[in-house]
Design a protein around this ligand. Structure first.
Ligand SMILES: Nc1ncnc2c1ncn2[C@@H]1O[C@H](COP(=O)(O)OP(=O)(O)OP(=O)(O)O)[C@@H](O)[C@H]1O
Ligand SMILES: [Mg+2]
Length: 267
């Protein structure tokens, strides 16, 4: 670890009583998570033993250079990819021993995931896309909440539009509304504000903060934007599939300084 980073980490670690009100009860834990992909004859090691904990009421950002494994980490933590080794628990339940059906049920009921690609169904309207988790769960969709959430993300007049007729930013907001309307206990988001203008990005960020800060909830979001990371309670830095630093209650300048350091020391 570069010396400056090490110093920053020590200086910032761990400040109690920060923005959120973590209770000391972890909702997401990773213990020595490794992930490798087999590509032809080659084994690509992407995550090299990542351990972390996100507590109830906490919103944590993951940052790092492109290709450092941020999305892969989120997929492993959300139970969408199986780690090659190591353990992941969500809301106190270890994912490894769960059957496929139990895992799917848990993802549907407790976990919200905003993907880097929006994963909208092109033939469904914005409203129907937002209602999808309820439909899949054979539950009655709360139409008032869905309309309110679409309005919050600035899509009041696009509720009946279908994704192919929407801009990238609009599609991203539908995907976000879908997760927000689910009120998930554990929220994952991959670049949730990446395609948004700054005003909409701010609204969305406030929503994410609010959801994560509810008791019994938490959130982990990947972002390249230091101002988004600085709005989170804690920032974890990933480099080459390893945690390379951590800041608590950081300012935009502090986040930017560590990022610059990380990209300078990349090989
Ligand atoms: N299914 C896969 N098979 C093979 N390699 C993969 C697979 N998924 C990801 N990778 C590789 O793993 C590495 C990390 O990818 P990942 O998508 O996690 O990066 P990232 O940090 O999210 O990057 P970005 O900021 O560009 O989104 C990359 O080199 C990528 O090509
Ligand atoms: Mg990614």
């Amino acid at each position: 670890m570069p010396r400056e980073l090490d110093e920053l980490q020590r200086k910032e670690a761990p400040a109690a009583g920060n923005l959120g009100s973590p209770t000391g009860r972890p909702r997401i834990t990773a213990d020595a998570v490794h992930k490798a992909y087999q590509v032809g004859d080659d084994t690509l090691e992407i995550l090299h033993g990542v351990s972390l904990a996100v507590e109830e009421g906490e919103l944590v950002a993951v940052m790092g250079p492109s290709g450092s494994g941020k999305s892969t980490l989120l997929y492993c933590l959300a139970g969408l990819e199986e780690p090659t080794s190591g353990a992941v628990s969500l809301a106190g339940k270890e994912l490894g021993p769960l059957s496929r059906a139990d895992l799917a049920r848990m993802r549907r009921t407790s976990v919200g995931f905003v993907f880097q690609s929006y994963n909208l169904i092109p033939t469904l309207t914005a409203r129907q896309n937002v209602a999808l988790p309820y439909t899949l769960n054979k539950a009655k969709a709360p139409t008032a909440l869905i309309d309110q959430t679409l309005t919050t993300v600035g899509l009041a007049d696009r509720m009946d539009a279908r994704p192919p007729s929407m801009s990238g930013g609009e599609q991203q907001r539908v995907a976000l509304a879908r997760v927000l309307a689910q009120r998930p206990q554990v929220l994952f988001a991959d670049e949730p504000t990446g395609a948004l203008d700054s005003r909409t990005g701010d609204v969305v960020l406030q929503e994410l903060v609010q959801i994560a800060h509810q008791s019994d909830s938490c959130g982990l979001i990947v972002t390249h934007d230091p101002s988004v990371a600085a709005a989170c309670d804690r920032v974890l830095f990933l480099r080459d599939g390893r945690l390379a630093g951590e800041l608590t209650g950081a300012t935009i300048e502090e986040v930017s300084a560590v990022l610059a350091d990380l990209s300078q020391t990349e090989d």
